[in-house]
Write a protein that binds this ligand. Structure first.
Ligand SMILES: [Zn+2]
Length: 391
């Protein structure tokens, strides 16, 4: 690795060497120079150069003498710096925008959040993202900032610079987030991605780091992000993971934002669950929880309200059957994301039980709860810019 192969430029070689050393330090923690040389296949001189370069960038620090195995000699330990390099991750969601500055280990170094009204214009979305990016990337230079990642729900153009369609955030189509960010925060790369795929990248980089899994994100819409054989799946048209538009009840129920009838998210999305509860809990004379939202349903279910529990269980059974179909097809692990899953054990247990009943291979747990809470999408957006070190 230390000898430049024909056609590979010197700078590419140095970058590859830096990446190899950083990946080893991420995996092993503190290492001596000679351990890095041995594990990366560097000669001692190359190892010395790489460590010096990384120390000058402020990406690693030297941390005293390490006992060297065997010959009793002591070597200087090298470990990752706590706060460099970093990336900025921004998540545009139907009800908020969140921005994080994130270190390579997944540590959150700074945060910005703003609540949205739900019907904000494309311009407001764009300005908020721009404002957060400027603040979070302040002082950014190539040496410490690996880039800006932005995630939002929807299908992106082939070049990844625009959202072509978003059911939960239709105004995204009018926004020029990639162009604005690239213009405003120069010197660092910008990348846009679908939100559920961002969550999958978060699980792959900072979570259980499995090679074959799917994240299913329960929310107003329902999306999925697939990792197969260690790689994020985008699909031929960049539209993979649209699990919310699985037709589960053909011809029944409300029309979906996509134009079809019977889609999963019209049965088990937040608005659908709230609407079912309003209908089921209505009392004679039209009295009942007319303004019930998903939060109302979750609260009522926790208090033992039978209608709320029945609505959550009904939605979870439909999701559980879809999960079983996905697992039977691809034999992946499943991570459930979204506030609904974190707040309702009843929902997750019902998904797990239903999926288990309809899955052929049952020798390992199928459904797990994601561990990153509300930050998963923005963490994933930042991780998009750090993939070369983390995957
Ligand atoms: Zn649909």
């Amino acid at each position: 690795m230390q000898q430049p192969a024909q056609g590979i430029r010197h700078e590419d070689m140095r970058r590859n060497n830096r990446r190899a050393a950083m990946r080893l330090l991420l995996r092993h923690g503190v290492l001596s120079k000679s351990q890095i040389a041995r594990l990366a296949g560097f000669d001692p001189k190359t190892a010395g150069n790489v460590i010096t370069e990384l120390a000058q960038l402020g990406w690693v620090k030297l941390c005293g003498a390490l006992e060297s195995k065997g010959r009793g000699r002591k070597g200087v330990g090298v470990e990752l710096a706590a706060d460099r390099p970093w990336a900025v991750g921004l998540s545009v969601e139907p009800e908020r925008v969140v921005g994080l500055r994130v270190g390579l280990t997944g540590k959150i170094l700074a945060r910005e959040t703003k609540r949205l009204k739900g019907n904000d214009s494309a311009q407001t979305l764009e300005e908020t993202v721009l404002d957060f990016a400027r603040r979070l990337a302040r002082g950014a230079a190539r040496r410490s900032c690996l880039g800006l990642g932005v995630v939002a729900p929807g299908i992106l153009s082939e070049d990844g610079r625009r959202w072509l369609r978003s059911v939960p955030l239709p105004q995204l189509v009018e926004a020029s987030i990639h162009a604005s960010l690239s213009g405003a925060v120069r010197a660092v790369p910008v990348r846009c991605e679908d939100a559920s795929r961002g969550r999958a990248v978060c699980e792959a980089c900072f979570g259980a780091r499995q090679r074959d899994f799917v994240v299913i994100d329960m929310g107003k819409g329902i999306g999925a992000g697939f990792f197969l054989n260690g790689r994020l799946i985008r699909g031929v048209r960049g539209a993979s993971g649209e699990i919310g538009h699985f037709v589960v009840e053909p011809g029944k129920g409300r029309r979906c934002g996509c134009g079809n009838v019977g889609c999963l998210e019209t049965i088990a999305g937040y608005d659908a669950i709230a609407a079912d509860y309003r209908a089921r809990a209505a009392k004679p004379g039209g009295k009942g929880p007319a303004r019930a939202t998903i939060e109302t349903v979750l609260r009522a279910a926790q208090e033992g309200d039978a209608a709320a529990r029945a609505v959550l269980q009904g939605a979870a059974q439909v999701v559980g059957r879809v999960v079983a179909n996905v697992v039977n097809l691809l034999d992946v692990s499943v991570y459930l994301h979204g506030a609904l899953c974190r707040q309702s054990e009843l929902f997750v247990d019902t998904v797990r039980e239903t999926a288990g009943r309809h899955t052929i291979a049952t020798n390992k747990p199928i459904v797990q709860l994601g561990a990153f809470g509300d930050d998963a999408a923005a963490l994933g957006a930042a991780a998009l810019m750090m993939e070369e070190y983390l995957l």
